[in-house]
Design a binder for this molecule. Structure first.
Ligand SMILES: CC(C)(COP(=O)(O)OP(=O)(O)OC[C@H]1O[C@@H](n2cnc3c(N)ncnc32)[C@H](O)[C@@H]1OP(=O)(O)O)[C@@H](O)C(=O)NCCC(=O)NCCS
Length: 444
């Protein structure tokens, strides 16, 4: 790669690289099931997409790829003068369509495998070639006759060979699952790629299910990207008055089902942008739509594994004197006191509560500078107040040097050392000269 030579370019590169580094760490070892629409193979995006998939693999992400083959089947049928038949949103796979599906799946898998087999000399660990695995990993059954329509060779997933999938992923292979399934009687079924991807993600308890869709992805009525949706918001969108593109509607229904089945993050990403996968996973803004069961930032009690993330967050604040310095050891022993605001495996904020009878100290409240002014500090404070109330604490106090106004605007009033429990008063650092702010809490 040629590094930018001008100062601005250099600065932008450094910021982008520093910004992405925590995501690289957060995704390593995670499993992503990635469906890409058949359109991905037709346009100029294909090379870029395969490159980015190879890059994700080289960064230690466990990948299952599910290629869609709908446009390829349609093209093959059209070449034979046959019109495709869809009923209830699904293809009716007669003999001709099954032939086309087999041919399309074979060609698509061969192209994906061939491209991934290329030497990606600039990627980390590139001396080892990428190994791709396919096989009889999906047991299928016929969809049968529904509402009077015989779907013939269209099938549905009966079982995924999770053990074989896990073995392949543990062995550092990319798994390629074309939308075909095999029955114990030796029949072949044409599967809905989206259903297959969802079933695979659920079977593997994948960290992410990703739909790379033709076009720009999900937009609101004013053509602006919808960047996040909770399950409840997806439902509202599906039952609302706005007419959605039928493909996007299906993706949304699948995403909804997936999050209900325990997949924490489901992404719908438009294929029309080069590098869309990288932008979605390694930048704060993303480029697609993230569907989660609950709001995707959560506050939870900290555990020992969070120590590193908390230290990263508070070190700069300690160095500038905003927070009191804590050693790693002290943080480890006091980790039970901490609560963290987490997003996508990254710690964006933290706060600690030290109870002493009916009094509690709120300490170490911090939000990552890139994420301030979004109400996160307020949410952490409300969370700590709720925890304190549950513990029977009637008065919260905080010692602050820089942030008095912030607390005053949130119901704290100026107090004195007399408001501190005796033990805490003895530890008070007169050189630091923090001010005491106090907030009475109503009973839970
Ligand atoms: C204080 C802090 C936790 C707030 O986090 P946040 O997520 O930005 O908080 P919110 O979004 O809920 O609140 C933002 C509002 O507080 C204001 N604010 C931020 N820092 C402030 C300060 N030091 N004094 C007064 N107001 C402040 C912002 O201007 C913004 O006001 P606005 O809504 O009118 O625009 C964050 O600024 C931080 O980490 N600061 C450094 C650590 C610190 O001082 N901790 C407290 C020590 S005990």
């Amino acid at each position: 790669m040629n590094l930018p030579t001008d100062k601005d370019g250099e600065q932008r590169f450094l910021e982008a690289f520093r910004h992405s580094a925590p995501y690289i760490h957060a995704h390593r070892g995670h499993t992503f099931v990635l469906l890409f629409a058949g359109e991905a193979l037709q346009g100029a995006v294909f090379e870029g997409l395969m490159h980015d998939i190879a890059l994700l693999h080289s960064l230690g992400i466990r990948l299952v790829l599910v290629p869609g083959i709908r446009p390829q089947i349609d093209a093959l049928l059209a070449a034979r003068g046959i019109a495709p038949r869809f009923e209830q949103g699904l293809r009716v796979t007669d003999e001709a369509a099954l032939d086309a599906a087999l041919q399309a799946a074979g060609t698509v898998c061969a192209r994906v495998t061939a491209t991934l087999s290329r030497g990606w000399s600039h990627l980390p660990g590139s001396r080892q070639r990428i190994r791709v695995l396919s096989g009889n990993l999906v047991v299928a059954r016929p969809l049968g006759v529904r509402e009077g329509v015989d779907f013939q060779h269209t099938g549905e997933v009966r079982r995924i060979d999770t053990e074989a999938l896990r073995e392949a992923l543990d062995g550092d292979r990319i798994v390629l699952l074309p939308p075909l399934g095999y029955s114990p009687t030796g029949e072949i079924f044409n599967l809905h790629a989206e259903e297959l991807a969802r079933e695979a993600a659920v079977a593997l308890q994948a960290d992410k299910l990703v739909f790379l869709v033709a076009g720009p992805g999900l937009r609101d009525g004013r053509r602006r990207r919808i960047s996040q949706l909770t399950a409840a918001e997806v439902l509202a969108l599906l039952s609302g008055r706005r007419r959605l593109d039928p493909h996007l509607e299906r993706h949304l229904r699948s995403a909804l089902l997936a999050v209900r089945q325990g997949i924490e993050r489901c992404h719908i990403i438009g294929l029309d942008r080069d590098g869309a996968l990288l932008l979605e996973f390694f930048t704060r803004e993303g480029t697609g739509t993230l569907v989660t069961a609950e709001p995707w930032e959560t506050i939870r009690r900290a555990v020992i594994d969070d120590v590193g993330g908390i230290l990263e967050l508070i070190r700069p604040l300690e160095e500038s004197g905003v927070l009191v310095r804590r050693s790693r050891e002290k943080l480890e022993t006091e980790i039970d006191r901490f609560h963290v605001l987490e997003r996508d495996g990254m710690i964006l904020g933290c706060a600690a509560l030290y109870p002493e009878g009916e009094v509690g100290e709120l300490a170490c409240l911090a939000v990552h500078p890139d994420y301030r002014n979004g109400g996160r500090g307020q949410r952490l404070l409300e969370h700590i107040e709720a925890v304190a109330r549950r513990q029977g604490i009637r008065r919260l106090f905080v010692l602050t040097t820089h942030t008095a106004d912030w607390f005053r605007e949130r119901g704290f009033h100026k107090g004195s050392l007399d408001h501190l429990p005796v033990r805490r008063r003895r530890l008070y650092n007169y050189r630091r000269n923090s001010r005491v702010y106090v907030k009475p809490l109503d009973a839970a």
